[in-house]
Write a protein that binds this ligand. Structure first.
Ligand SMILES: [Zn+2]
Length: 448
């Protein structure tokens, strides 16, 4: 390994930290756990659950006080069903009493602090310990391996700030030698600079694309626009909801298939797509409850950690929603060998909601620009209920017909009574962490 600068040194150190002997141990365990029978899985979850709940009582002030106040006897807990005795926890409670959620025993220099993007509310801080971080990486590694990625060359487009946003000339990327990863800037991926991206990808010859769906979609559009063909072995998406038509488009352009992944900064639930196209709740990662009761028939993901001892979250509501398959809590063996429960669709956080004049929440807007020509990106901007502004980044050939089609589609997919305005813009600013935000709403609703 030749280290030529500080960035490369950091890459190698980070890899050492995340892929140490702990990682190797977890990776071996995780090869087995996802093939567990229902009984084996229950035994595994119950064992880890009892261990962490006793730790909460002994070492975490918030839980110690809660159990005492409510008369909850965790010594008597036998299975994860006993979780139901605990109240549901929300983000405001955690962030309001952050210090009291931190273990008196495990906090040390090897911990790391994660933050949420803040797109659905106040930004939050979450602390993870060394074991939890290694476990996290091992479970993601399992996902990659299932897709045949055993450490192949990859290109990533993940919304990270790679080079200064003011930079006008390439390179808009940098190379991470520890992961054989070409990290590309999402900020600079625009019509006039797109050809530089394509040239670089052709030169680098990555086998894997690692991206948020919105950026993968934009990249695929540029490949098509420039008439350049390229094939990836696999595409890994995460961080945003993956809409079916976005999946189809990326898979078609790059002649490959997508393995989608869902997680969140709080690390209380993870869902990964297997080679049979099923979305499996990663049951060896945490305990996931599906909370019913939403008007649209979706369930909220509520998760309890099994591995993070420095700041354990129990029954934490993610504010992320899923649609379930027939019977949400029944597991059967999938063609991939897993017995983990499946969900049919994930409504991720970065999409937000539009409010119609009738008061309906519209979560899915990504299909509105489908079939409208000359559009590169669309953002839905809402300040008043029943009115929406479509900010559109075009390729410069956007016509009146395109505009009419966009309005027509919006009315069709939101409400015929919606007031719609289309506004051509030269750029759609990224949200915190550089994420593309599909819906920007200034309305206070129960969901935004
Ligand atoms: Zn499967």
């Amino acid at each position: 390994m030749g280290i030529t600068n500080l960035f490369e040194l950091k890459c190698w150190l980070r890899r050492l930290y995340r892929r140490g002997s702990r990682f190797q141990q977890y990776a071996r365990v995780l090869e087995e756990t996802h093939q567990y029978s229902a009984e084996e899985l229950a035994a595994y979850q119950n064992r880890l659950f009892k261990k962490i709940i006793l730790h909460c009582q002994r070492n975490v002030p918030y839980y110690r006080d809660l159990f005492k106040r409510e008369g909850i006897r965790v010594e008597d807990f036998r299975t994860i069903a006993d979780l139901a005795q605990l109240p549901i926890l929300d983000k405001n409670t955690v962030q309001g009493e952050l210090e009291r959620f931190i273990s008196k025993k495990h906090y040390n220099l090897l911990c790391n602090v994660g933050t949420t993007s803040g797109s659905t509310g106040t930004p939050g801080k979450f602390i993870r310990d060394f074991d939890a971080i290694n476990f996290e990486h091992a479970i993601v590694w399992r996902q990659w391996q299932q897709a045949g990625d055993t450490g192949k060359k990859r290109v990533s487009l993940r919304g990270d700030i790679i080079v200064p946003s003011s930079q006008a000339e390439p390179p808009f990327w940098r190379y991470n030698p520890a992961n054989q990863e070409l990290q590309m800037s999402s900020y600079h991926l625009s019509p006039d600079k797109s050809i530089h991206y394509i040239d670089k990808i052709l030169e680098f010859e990555p086998k894997i694309l690692y991206c948020g769906p919105s950026m993968g979609h934009v990249l695929a559009k540029f490949f098509r626009h420039h008439g350049v063909e390229y094939r990836f072995d696999a595409v890994f998406t995460s961080s945003e909801s993956l809409e079916p038509h976005v999946r189809d488009y990326i898979e078609e352009v790059f002649q490959t298939r997508i393995y989608d992944w869902y997680g969140q900064a709080e690390r209380v639930a993870a869902i990964g797509q297997c080679r049979q196209n099923q979305y499996h709740i990663q049951e060896d990662y945490s305990i996931v409850e599906l909370l019913p009761g939403n008007v649209d028939g979706s369930y909220e993901l509520v998760g309890s950690q099994l591995h993070n001892y420095v700041m354990p979250l129990l029954r934490y509501r993610t504010q992320d929603f899923v649609y379930v398959t027939d019977s949400p809590n029944e597991a059967k063996r999938c063609g991939c060998g897993s017995t983990f429960r499946t969900v049919s669709r994930i409504l991720g956080r970065s999409y937000g909601y539009l409010l119609t004049p009738e008061g309906y929440h519209i979560a899915i807007t990504a299909h509105i620009p489908v079939g409208v020509d000359n559009v590169i990106e669309t953002q839905f901007y809402q300040e008043k209920q029943g009115e929406v502004i479509l900010k559109v980044l075009t390729n410069g050939k956007f016509t009146e017909t395109d505009r009419e089609k966009l309005v027509f589609n919006t009315l069709k997919h939101t409400s015929p009574n919606m007031k719609v305005r289309v506004e051509e813009v030269s750029e759609i600013p990224r949200g915190p962490n550089g994420k593309f935000i599909n819906i920007v709403s200034n309305l206070k609703t129960s969901l935004n």
